[in-house]
Design a protein around this ligand. Structure first.
Ligand SMILES: NC(=O)c1ccc[n+]([C@@H]2O[C@H](COP(=O)([O-])OP(=O)(O)OC[C@H]3O[C@@H](n4cnc5c(N)ncnc54)[C@H](O)[C@@H]3O)[C@@H](O)[C@H]2O)c1
Length: 415
């Protein structure tokens, strides 16, 4: 099929490259010149396992020009939906993309399907996207179709997850729209759930809110276990045998970050308040996560004074196998260390360039130099941190790196 992908970020680029690999004709439209150039030069502008190789193996095109959508059967909207200070999901990128598509619809004779893939609050596709598209004079359901199909990929494993989804959720304006999108997914070995637009939107937010809750729940259990001298990882192992609980997402630690869990949880909380329901449980999940990052600082203060101390940070990305630092735990931790008057030396295998844009004032060094600091924080569980020699060091571990337990002073955040 002929596909356009609006927004070639983590989701858009992976979606487009994977669909191209599956034999579709794909065009990316973005507003970022560097991204467009990199894609056309077959060099992935983001780090994702296997993406660069896949990009080199497919025929795709990237450009600024929305005219390209005139030729497409399906147009995916994959632009960013960051949140504001009140945690509402911001829709200006969606609005702009929808307006541009609407202008093209004015000039288009044939039917096509516009599919929102960005994460949005329930009601956004019906109440915002469709009215903007219909300003073209064209009518949803008659002249064009509309779907909302959320993306569930994990950064770092995005290509694998896209190609091997646990489920495909297709929210559809009408049957014709859903039939066309389902055709694109027909080769996938996964259940396809076809449903209403709002249900698709809510399924995404609810899934991320649940995962965030599972993490904060285990962190709370871990905080209690630490005080009782109980190993929370053994507790989690025992819990995980119960298939009502499941063994995944039970690793207590420094909490969740990234561009999705905190933002989507915050978006659901704000939406809920807006309609008059106070989501106490979800708010606590977020509060606990905010405090969890700062527990590393409190644990270190038991052993050294932070003023003028040099603290080495291992891990800046919000998780391993990515260069993404959006809402990374390291941000909160570095901010707090600088406020305490500490000097910071940091290392990450992939994310130093992105982190430097946020914190140009700290030192970016090799692991040797991080290990030579007065104390070391382990913030992201990169595999290579399991191979370092921590002998004689002071380590506060937010991610349970077994090898670090050989340090002279070792504090696990929840164990
Ligand atoms: N990153 C993830 O792991 C993930 C997973 C599932 C869902 N999502 C959701 O998918 C959406 C995209 O996330 P992302 O991480 O890929 O974002 P991103 O910031 O990496 O990419 C967004 C892209 O859209 C482009 N863009 C912005 N406005 C545009 C416009 N008007 N026209 C064309 N291009 C435009 C930007 O230049 C950028 O390249 C968000 O709603 C996010 O919540 C993300």
């Amino acid at each position: 099929m002929r596909i356009s992908v609006i927004g070639a970020g983590y989701v858009g680029l992976v979606t487009g490259v994977c669909f191209a690999k599956l034999g579709n004709e794909v065009t990316f439209i973005d507003i970022d010149a560097e991204r467009i150039e990199a894609i056309n030069n077959k060099s992935s502008p983001i780090y994702e396992e296997g993406l660069d190789k896949l990009l080199k193996s497919v025929r795709i095109k990237a450009c600024f020009d929305f005219q390209e959508v005139l030729n497409s059967e399906i147009i995916f909207i994959c632009v960013g939906t960051p949140s504001n200070e009140d945690k509402f999901i911001l829709l200006d990128q969606i609005e702009k993309a929808a307006k541009e598509i609407g202008q093209m619809l004015e000039r288009r004779e044939e039917y096509c399907v516009i599919c929102v893939k960005s994460t949005v609050a329930p009601g956004t596709t019906e109440e915002l996207v469709i009215p903007i598209l219909e300003k073209s004079g064209r009518k949803a359901g008659t002249d064009f179709g509309v779907c909302m199909s959320p993306e569930f990929l994990r950064e770092g494993k995005a290509v694998y997850d896209f190609m091997n989804p646990a489920r495909i959720i297709i929210g559809e304006y009408d049957k014709r729209s859903g039939d066309i999108l389902s055709k694109l997914y027909r080769s996938f070995n996964a259940p396809i759930m076809r449903t209403h637009l709002k249900i698709a939107e809510m399924t995404k937010l609810a899934s991320n809110a649940f995962l965030a809750t599972k993490i904060s729940f285990m962190n709370e259990i871990g905080n209690i276990c630490k005080k009782l001298g109980i190993d929370v990882y053994e507790v989690a192992k025992g819990m995980g045998f119960d298939d009502r609980i499941g063994s995944k997402f039970l690793n207590a630690g420094v909490g969740f970050g990234g561009s999705c869990l905190p933002k989507d949880l915050g978006g659901l909380i704000s939406k809920s308040r807006q309609i008059g329901y106070e989501p106490n449980l979800l708010q606590e999940v977020l509060n606990l996560n905010d405090e969890q990052a700062l527990r590393l600082i409190e644990l270190l203060k038991k052993h050294i004074s932070l003023k003028d101390a040099t603290v080495g940070i291992l891990g800046l990305a919000f998780k391993p196998e990515t260069d993404d630092v959006r809402d990374s735990r390291a941000i909160k931790i570095v901010q707090a260390l600088l406020q305490e008057g500490a000097k910071v030396k940091a290392y990450d295998p992939m994310a130093m360039k992105n982190f430097k844009k946020l914190f140009p004032q700290i030192e970016y060094v090799t692991t040797d130099k991080v290990l030579n600091s007065d104390a070391i924080f382990i913030v992201t569980e990169w595999q290579e941190f399991s191979e370092l020699d921590y002998t004689g060091k002071v380590v506060v571990d937010g991610r349970r790196i077994e090898k670090a337990r050989g340090a002279r002073i070792y504090e696990g955040i929840c164990w």
